[in-house]
Design a protein around this ligand. Structure first.
Ligand code: NDP
Length: 297
């Protein structure tokens, strides 16, 4: 029997609806959650992501703003903007779209964002809170979205063998940190480009999370029968049969994996929609924390 699809679009829509309810409650108290996205330069993929974030934030009733800066922006100018946004009470969430032009240092910029407004969850304070298990920080949106997909699909996590392929700071590492937390209780293996015998690790996985950026590298024959497969990868590959000559695919070879897995996310329509939904969730939480009910708004 082919694997059941985990419908990221539907789960993301449910989360957005929940966020909209929370936004309405805040607005009733005179608080309009505000998300400001900063885009430096004119990378077309980044421009698309930023546009989607602004649109999504407005759809749930937030004040969504994008500040576009030229690629030539100096580091000092960008930091001065971050300082202004940090000080602006109408801005609850700040997101500086990555990657930045090469002359700008992303680590310096991320560290400048007030951790209480760092809705991307990239600031070292928030990364540290995740690792310690403190829940008053922000978790990077993509791994948070993956966990939410697993939870809302009823996947058993306690004691499960979870294998994460990829150790980036935005996906692989925070994913592993989330899964190993007490209360979630997976047994986690993290693989990377230096891992010996990737296939042997993958074969042990009850839950496989692929966040590599290599098109269709995980094939069905590598999987444990009945595994739950979450494909974070977003790769554009050439495909003459496709109208645009290219198609989007994941890090998992879907046609072979779907025959072996018990549940699997499609690409597109799996993890992708969750990332923005979790960003909205983080922003509404930032606004709630900034203006607690019964507190000073
Ligand atoms: P990075 O390039 O930052 O990290 C990729 C990781 O994969 C690295 O840790 C690298 O190892 C590892 N890797 C590379 N080759 C191999 C290999 N042959 N075997 C095992 N591990 C390998 O990517 P990201 O984490 O930023 O993104 C991963 C994928 O997820 C990309 O396709 C990206 O587009 C997608 N993505 C999707 C999002 C969504 O919303 N759906 C959001 C974010 C990312 P090493 O550290 O040793 O180099």
């Amino acid at each position: 029997m082919p694997a059941e699809l985990i419908d990221g679009k539907a789960i993301a829509a449910a989360i957005r609806a929940e966020v909209a309810v929370a936004v309405a409650a805040l607005r009733a108290r005179g608080v309009v959650p505000g998300l400001t996205v900063v885009l430096v330069g004119d990378d077309p993929a980044s421009a698309t992501y930023v546009g989607a974030k602004e649109k999504a934030s407005r759809e749930v009733g937030m004040a969504g703003t994008t500040i576009r800066l030229p690629a030539s922006t100096a580091q000092g100018e960008l930091l001065a903007l971050v300082d202004r946004l940090n000080a602006d009470p109408a801005v609850h969430g700040i997101l500086v779209q990555m990657p930045l032009p090469a002359h700008l240092d992303p680590d310096v910029v991320i560290r400048r964002i007030d951790p209480a407004k760092d809705v991307d969850g990239f600031h070292p304070v928030n990364v540290g809170k995740l690792l310690i298990g403190h829940t008053d920080g922000f978790v990077s949106c993509t791994p948070a979205g993956v966990l939410e997909l697993l939870r809302r699909s009823g996947v058993a996590l306690r004691g499960a063998e979870a294998v994460v392929i990829g150790r980036s700071n935005i996906v692989g590492k925070p994913m592993a940190a989330l899964l190993v937390q007490p209360g979630i209780d997976a047994t986690v293996t993290v693989c990377h480009s230096r891992s010996r015998d990737l296939a042997a690790h993958v074969r042990r996985a009850d839950i496989l999370i692929a966040a590599v950026g290599r098109a269709e590298m995980v094939t069905g024959d590598m999987l444990k029968p009945g595994a739950v497969v979450i494909d974070v990868g977003m790769n554009s590959v050439s495909d003459p049969s496709h109208p645009r000559g290219r198609r989007l695919c994941g890090d998992v070879h879907f046609p072979s994996a779907v025959a072996v897995a018990s549940r699997i996310t499609p690409v597109p329509g799996g993890v992708g929609p969750m990332t923005i939904a979790m960003l909205l969730g983080n922003t509404v939480r930032a606004a709630e924390w900034a203006a607690p009910a019964g507190g000073v708004a």
